[in-house]
Design a protein around this ligand. Structure first.
Ligand code: NAI
Length: 328
């Protein structure tokens, strides 16, 4: 029998946590034959609610779930972690400036990065979901001395999945017909969903769409502002689809991308495509044997170049701001 994989989830008592934990425990994160142990990390005020969720997890009698532990200390929460899903973050409050937001999140992600370096398993893989996800990932990565930088990733898979469905609906195709879509840059309103290298049932997606105005004025803003549209409609944020994307991100990282396809992940830049080295930016990546690689050598047209550059500029500014705050 296999040794269970330790999965640490922060913000476990939150909305995304509630949608995420049941799918991890039922085998969707890693595979239907991989036992898991959950380590739930909350702040002290969140522990009781996390205990309630743990009771429900028990009541599902999931065959793959081999244990649940709850902590309010990151040093304990990350002990032995093979996978870390960093969901808990400080949301922007009314009148909060960007600097205050980054500082508040630095207070969360810096100690978590240190705890990961000190206590997680040697093979630890980290996905940051909590916003601002890319820069929170950078803070944690920079604090995790001795852990290879490439183990720290940020989630843009929700944006990727949103773009897949928008494109499928526009072209009357199925999401499974679409390959090689890319989200570039920051998980924010500046992100750039790129269909120029995508294929729909073997044909170039931009040729199939053949409508640059739709791309610029409908597709890109719809994908980039989808989170706000869902809050408007539901009166609550997109927790279930975010949890689904976190599952997809880790599953693909561990189990690989399909031949001829790629996915989008926020990963430390190797300097490709003019993205300064070390920035955690979304790229097209292929995954194999638990490792990912940034897809190299794509031609970037002027339409894409301007949009990638704008999002990367925002990431550079966020990095400069957290550097000034002494967080990296
Ligand atoms: P929520 O407010 O329902 O839950 C957050 C939980 O985190 C709370 O239970 C809170 O007690 C906990 N928490 C706060 N600080 C913590 C710490 N230091 N350690 C452990 N736990 C801590 O929020 P929700 O809806 O679950 O969203 C979580 C985050 O995910 C937000 O930052 C949100 O903006 C982000 N998000 C990211 C998406 C992406 O595509 N990257 C998509 C949707 C949401």
């Amino acid at each position: 029998t296999r040794t269970p994989v330790n999965v640490t989830v922060t913000g476990a008592a939150g909305q995304i946590g509630y949608a995420l934990l049941f799918r991890i425990a039922s085998g969707h994160l890693l595979g239907a034959d991989v036992p898991v142990k959950l380590r739930l990390l909350e702040i002290p005020q969140g522990v009781k609610a996390a205990e309630g969720t743990a009771m429900e997890l028990d009541d599902c009698a999931f065959p793959l779930l081999k244990g649940i532990d709850i902590f309010d200390d990151p040093n304990k929460g990350f002990e032995g972690a093979n996978i870390g899903l960093l969901v808990g973050a400080r949301p922007r409050g009314p009148g909060m400036e960007r600097g205050d937001l980054l500082a508040a999140n630095g207070g969360i992600f810096k100690p978590q990065g240190e705890a990961i370096a000190a206590h997680a398993a040697d093979d630890v893989k980290i996905l940051v979901v909590g916003n601002p996800a890319n820069t929170n990932a950078l803070i944690a990565q920079s604090a995790a001395k001795g852990v290879p930088a490439e183990r720290f990733t940020a989630m843009t898979r929700l944006d990727h999945n949103r773009a897949l469905t928008q494109l499928a609906q526009k072209t009357g195709s199925s999401v499974t017909d679409i390959k090689r879509l890319t989200i570039w840059g920051n998980h924010s309103a500046t992100q750039y969903p790129d269909i120029f290298h995508a294929e729909i049932a073997g044909k170039n997606a931009a040729d199939v769409v053949d409508d640059e105005a739709w791309l610029a004025d409908t597709f890109i803003p719809t994908v980039a502002k989808r989170g706000a549209a869902i809050i408007d409609a539901r009166g609550a944020s997109s927790a279930a689809s975010a949890a689904n994307a976190a599952i997809d991100h880790v599953y693909t990282w561990v189990n690989g991308t399909a031949e001829g396809d790629w996915t989008s992940m926020g990963v430390p830049s190797d300097g490709s495509y003019g993205v300064p080295e070390g920035l955690i930016s979304s790229f097209p990546v292929t995954c194999k044997d638990g490792k990912y690689e940034i897809v190299q050598g794509l031609e970037i047209n002027d339409f894409s170049r301007a949009r990638i550059d704008a999002s990367v500029k925002e990431l550079s500014e966020e990095r400069d701001a957290v550097r000034e705050l002494g967080l990296i």
